[in-house]
Design a protein around this ligand. Structure first.
Ligand code: GDP
Length: 230
């Protein structure tokens, strides 16, 4: 009896288990609403972080990996299905905006234009947007439309986190080259603004780069930073 009581009272060794680790900023995210047109956007309120990228680059998988959920963000596997901006609320009240993927080959031009207008108007006018996460397939690197989006966003002075996805498909040397290439392209295309971009090798499948991305996003959402956004 006595021995048992002593065992029960002795403190447990501190161990970084899933229960004690600090959750990532997107963990516990919940779907709020979707907007297919600009007038349907929720009122600007809390700080927002937008996720953008070419379709199939791995945006939905990255959001799911960061949220530690399997089905939070779905991708539209059928080109032509209506695309919208999906908003998710985070534990701290901030939001994630999952923007329509661009670059679909098989989408009618008018539809493509309407998605792009929505994306464009959101990225260039949303005052509560504090940062952009750009999803790029590490095997393909930065494409023209990624560059267009960065050119529209970076002059605002807000930061960009570029997740170079699917690095599990590359060997170590290829990964290094892929990340070097993306960084070089950013430096060349945005000589005055590339310092506000960070590039992280990412794999939703292998869960690589998840904590590094968490740290950057958490930093963006520190109250003194989000408060400074115009
Ligand atoms: P989205 O269109 O940008 O939302 O792309 P998805 O997240 O739907 O991913 C497109 C395809 O790439 C799917 O078949 C995913 O399973 C696959 N994919 C996404 N991320 C990864 C990754 O990190 N590693 C690998 N091997 N496949 C991935």
């Amino acid at each position: 009896m006595k021995k048992r009581a002593i065992v029960a009272e002795s403190p447990r060794p501190a161990k970084a288990t899933a229960a004690t680790r600090i959750p990532g900023p997107l963990e516990g995210a919940t779907f709020v609403t979707g907007a297919a047109e600009a007038w349907q956007l929720p009122d600007a309120g809390p700080p927002e972080i937008a996720f953008a990228g070419r379709s199939n680059a791995g945006k939905s998988s990255a959001i799911n990996a960061l949220a530690r959920q399997t089905r939070l963000a779905y991708s539209s596997r059928t080109p032509g299905r209506t695309q919208q901006i999906n908003f998710f609320e985070l534990r701290n009240g901030a939001r994630v905006a999952d923007l329509p993927g661009y670059g679909h080959a098989a989408v009618p031009r008018a539809l493509k234009r309407s998605w792009q207008e929505l994306l464009w108007s959101y990225v260039t006018t949303r005052t509560t947007l504090i940062g952009l996460v750009l999803i790029v397939d590490s095997r393909h690197g930065l494409k023209a439309q990624d560059g267009d989006l960065l050119a529209a966003f970076l002059p605002s002075g807000r930061p960009v986190l570029l997740l170079a996805t699917k690095i599990d498909k590359l060997n170590v040397a290829e990964r290094r080259r892929a990340l070097d290439d993306v960084r070089r392209d950013l430096r060349q295309a945005f000589p005055e603004q590339h310092a506000r971009t960070s590039v992280v090798g990412f794999s939703a499948t292998a869960k690589a780069g998840v904590e590094e991305a968490d740290m950057t996003l958490a930093q963006w959402m520190r109250p003194e930073r989000s408060g400074a956004v115009p």
